[in-house]
Design a protein around this ligand. Structure first.
Ligand code: DLZ
Ligand code: SF4
Length: 513
């Protein structure tokens, strides 16, 4: 019997559960580029190029292994435009009675997928995505009965489960977490290794032309496209990270520098989240670098924590809490996302830098995402749905399972403290400490009010004032509210007036001033 094996764009892994028992003689693999996925948010052009090129390369690799692949390109005349419709067309054309698929990463696709069996009148076998280290069931068991779902404790479980950086039952180095060693600002002179940039082959060039033509209105430029699109390119990229950047990754993980988007970061997320690389192979390489004396423990532990800790944890939270999670808005934030998130047209140099780099690379590193564009959206009081959509659209590595808890929970505190125990609000002094952005800015991070003041400064206190009723009881905010309590009325009035003028100037609705 011919079984149809449906592979989605972020499932480009030869050992995928839906491919494991595939028979090249009889089975057919279905892959499709569909408008619905490309447009359900207006993805960055490079994100679509990356996925379509990676999908086309993966299809070629499967064919080389002897599989028959039915591949629908976006501009094929008979493209039916959605996963469900393309599947229905293939089932009809090929007379299929059984489909095997691996569960999708996003809730909305999972909802649709569960209807396929009834809609198509065929057998649909939805298999677990076991490329993750922690299954849904394991996460549920871990979460069961806990008052707080803190990442740190989950992470320790994952260290024990994987044995990474463990000496028997204890963490190597006597500590689970070396985060406090990972907050150095960048020295004035330090060599920044250029990351590996693959050349675009004919497949990628064709996709670049297709996307430039069909998605001209989407955010982002294409000129600097350099994301690895095959497993072998992704492995070369990983190799260059482990050898050239991992040794300094820990120390300078939170640093930011003008015109330097990548610093010592890994740049593996697009490949990892699309399945070209697997989490354990990445972590094993990093751990080996530690054992070989090539990278220090704070760097390797910090990196491994992102992958087996944070990444698995946010996925667990997503599936545990969806769909209600997305609808929460603890702080009742409702301002519109300012236009400069798309245009980069702002005098705030930090935001301008991050938005321009995002536009040119579909990439920004985690501190830029959390402490510049994220922190600003929190302080400004952007409606969570709007900032969620922005993060989902603009980064090549973004899928809702990973993006939503990061933005909605970690950045916006919209879940009221499920992910983080307090909002990650910071004034201009944090950005000044961790970057050289302020040196190139017309605002001054040491000035609190008035024309020269860094907007982060008065927006920070305005945020505390606006959200006092909801945040005052938070023990971790006690110091801030004690300071606010002692603030002179005149000072508070200046803060509110500066914030109001800023909201007005940046296009906030009259009702949101
Ligand atoms: C993100 C994305 C885009 C832009 N396009 C496609 C596509 O045309 N075909 C496809 O199979 N997958 C695409 N994807 C990835 C899917 O959105 C992703 O697989 C689902 O959201 C489930 O995680
Ligand atoms: Fe950003 Fe303020 Fe620094 Fe300007 S002064 S770069 S707005 S933090």
């Amino acid at each position: 019997m011919c079984v149809l094996r449906f592979i989605l764009g972020d499932q480009l892994t030869p050992s995928l559960s839906s491919l494991r028992d595939a028979d090249p003689e009889n089975d057919i693999i279905l892959m499709c580029e569909v408008a619905e996925e490309a447009r359900y948010v207006a993805h960055h052009k490079q994100k679509i190029v990356f996925l379509f090129s990676a999908m086309r390369h993966f299809a070629v690799e499967l064919e080389a292994q002897g599989f028959t692949v039915r591949y629908t390109k976006l501009d094929d005349d008979d493209n039916a435009g959605s996963f469900g419709a393309e599947l229905a067309r293939a089932v009809g054309d090929l007379g299929i009675s059984k489909v095997v698929v691996t569960e999708p990463g996003e809730f909305r696709v999972h909802e649709a997928m569960q209807e396929w069996e009834t809609e198509l009148g065929i057998d649909v076998d939805i298999r677990e995505d076991d490329r993750f280290i922690c299954s849904h069931q394991e996460f549920e068991n871990w979460a069961e009965g806990r008052k707080e779902l803190r990442m740190e404790y989950f992470y320790r479980e994952m260290r024990r489960k994987t044995g990474l950086l463990m000496e028997g039952d204890d963490p190597i180095g006597g500590q689970w977490n070396f985060d406090k060693d990972n907050r150095k600002s960048l020295p004035k002179t330090i060599d920044l290794p250029a990351p590996y940039h693959p050349q675009s082959d004919e497949i990628t060039k064709n996709v670049l032309a297709l996307i430039a033509d069909r998605f001209a209105s989407h955010f982002g430029t294409l000129e600097k496209f350099a994301i690895p699109v095959t497993r072998s390119q992704a492995l070369r990229g990983l190799d260059s990270f482990i050898k050239e950047r991992l040794p300094n990754y820990g120390d300078y993980q939170d640093a930011m520098k003008q015109d330097e988007p990548t610093l010592f970061h890994a740049l593996v997320a697009p490949a990892l989240n699309a399945g070209l690389l697997l989490p354990m192979e990445i972590c094993n390489r990093a751990e080996q670098a530690y054992h070989d004396g090539l990278a220090p423990l704070n760097a390797v532990e910090g990196f491994i924590r992102q992958i087996i800790g944070w990444r698995e944890y946010v996925r667990g939270i997503y599936w545990l809490k969806m769909p209600d999670y997305k609808e929460t808005n603890f702080l009742d934030a409702k301002r519109d996302l300012p236009d400069f998130y798309w245009s980069a047209n702002t005098d705030m140099n930090c935001i301008k830098q991050v938005v321009q780099e995002t536009r040119d690379h579909a990439y920004a590193h985690h501190i830029q995402r959390l402490m510049v564009t994220g922190n600003f959206a929190l302080l400004y009081g952007v409606e969570p749905a709007q900032i969620n959509e922005w993060y989902l659209a603009v980064y090549a590595d973004a899928y809702e399972w990973v993006q939503l808890p990061n933005t909605h929970g970690m950045v916006m505190f919209a879940d009221g403290g499920l992910l983080g125990s307090k909002p990650y609000a910071a004034s201009g002094s944090y950005i000044n400490k961790m970057s050289d952005y302020c040196k190139h800015c017309r605002f001054d991070p040491s000035v609190k009010n008035g024309e020269k003041a860094c907007p982060f400064n008065y927006l920070y206190w305005n945020f505390m004032i606006e959200n006092q009723a909801k945040l005052k009881g938070n023990r971790r905010m006690a110091m801030m509210y004690a300071t606010l309590g002692k603030m002179a009325d005149q000072k508070r009035a200046e803060i509110s007036a500066d914030a109001k003028a800023f909201f007005e100037k940046t296009g906030a609705k009259a009702s949101d001033l």
